[in-house]
Write a protein that binds this ligand. Structure first.
Ligand code: KG4
Ligand code: ZN
Length: 347
């Protein structure tokens, strides 16, 4: 079964054709991230305008590169939520229109479920359930128990910010650019992860699998302010440092802040993930979402597991961040579970 997936929940306009949930025939992604780098974050109106401009060429290219014709496409899937409303609408309207024109089943997919299914792309062996997935990006941060295909239980989630958002905010404080994950990881390479002892929010026993990153963000901000260069014996700002002031920070301090911050995030994510996997007797552990591209997260989970439970992460880095192959993949297993739910395309 070949499914065309469409994803427009944030700043990536993406379309992909996937066969039987795992075989990626094409995967096209047009990102407007450069535009958002200027503003240090995604501006919804700008993202939506870019989706309008990009969606038709991106879908055409995905069909063309897949080597199949519209007749061969069996269904059309799209991210329905969560995400930026104005961005989601472009993808949903496009998918519904295509489904109507080509008379194909229409399959709405939850974005977070899509990230979870990124781990099944290009996988040839059978997954062993139960699986514990840590799915972490800029907008969400969950530990999910998968008892079978599309049989989920959310074990833990963030009480405030997602880890990816914390990466983005700290990168902004350090004037390193956007998105924060890759630039923090790069700056951290030269830093000492033990230099600053940033807080790890373990939380109480009722929240043992939940997360909180707002205290860490504040601690980083306080540390940066302490290191802001004084001018005429006066700190230039008592609030968030501006880019100009941050450039006065010694580069070693920037590297140490980045490394210590990254270590604090990774420590909490990996410890809670492994504890959940042990409690629920997981046969596999999966990492998903934009933050699963983080090499330290991968290596720390691997090191702490020490071979006790098999660890999987998406086969390619582009399957970690937003893409449409994961949406088409998730849609296939959803369709297999309840085909009658999607048969009527006139909705
Ligand atoms: O999944 P995604 O593309 O979009 C959302 O659904 O939010 O994730 C984007 C997030 C951003 O916050 C970005 O800073 C983070 O993933 N990210 C990373 C890395 N690459 C992307 N975080 C840590 N390390 C990375 N290498
Ligand atoms: Zn995402």
């Amino acid at each position: 079964m070949k499914i065309l997936g469409i994803e427009t929940s944030c700043d990536e306009t993406a379309a992909s054709v996937v066969e039987d949930g795992t075989k990626v025939l094409s995967n096209v992604i047009a990102s407007s991230v450069d535009m958002h780098a200027k503003t240090g974050g995604v501006v919804p109106e700008v993202a939506a305008r870019e989706h309008i401009r990009q969606i038709s060429p991106v879908v055409d290219q995905a069909i063309e590169e897949s080597g199949v014709s519209w007749d061969d496409i069996d269904a059309i899937a799209v991210t329905e939520k969560p995400g930026l409303i104005s961005s989601l609408l472009i993808g949903i309207n496009t998918a519904q229109t295509l489904s109507y024109i080509h008379k194909k089943p229409f399959i709405p997919v939850n974005h977070i479920v899509g990230h979870i299914y990124a781990n099944f792309l290009e996988r040839e062996d059978e997954p062993q359930f139960p699986i514990i997935t840590l799915t972490v990006s800029g907008g969400h941060n969950e530990i999910v128990l998968l008892k079978g295909h599309h049989d989920f239980e959310i074990i833990g989630e963030t009480l405030d910010d997602a880890a990816g958002e914390a990466f983005d905010k700290v990168a902004r404080m350090l004037d390193l650019g956007f998105p924060g994950g890759p630039v923090i990881a790069k700056a951290a390479e030269k830093g000492d992860p033990t230099y600053f002892n940033f807080p790890r929010a373990r939380l109480d026993k009722n929240n043992k699998y939940n997360f909180s990153f707002s205290g860490l963000k504040t601690a980083v901000k306080t540390e940066i302010q302490k290191n802001v260069k004084y001018k005429n014996d006066k700190c230039e700002s008592e609030t968030l440092p501006t880019g100009r002031q941050v450039r006065n920070l010694k580069s070693e301090i920037i590297a140490d802040v980045a490394a210590s911050f990254q270590m604090a995030v990774v420590d909490v994510l990996s410890d809670k993930l492994i504890a959940a996997a042990e409690e629920f007797n997981a046969k596999e552990i999966h990492l998903a979402g934009g933050v699963s591209a983080n090499q330290l997260l991968r290596s720390e989970v691997e090191r702490k597991l020490d071979g006790s439970i098999p660890l999987h992460f998406p086969k390619k880095l582009i399957y970690c961040t937003d893409n449409a192959a994961m949406i088409a993949g998730a849609a296939y297993f959803l369709y297999q579970k309840s085909p009658n739910q999607f048969k009527d395309w006139r909705r």
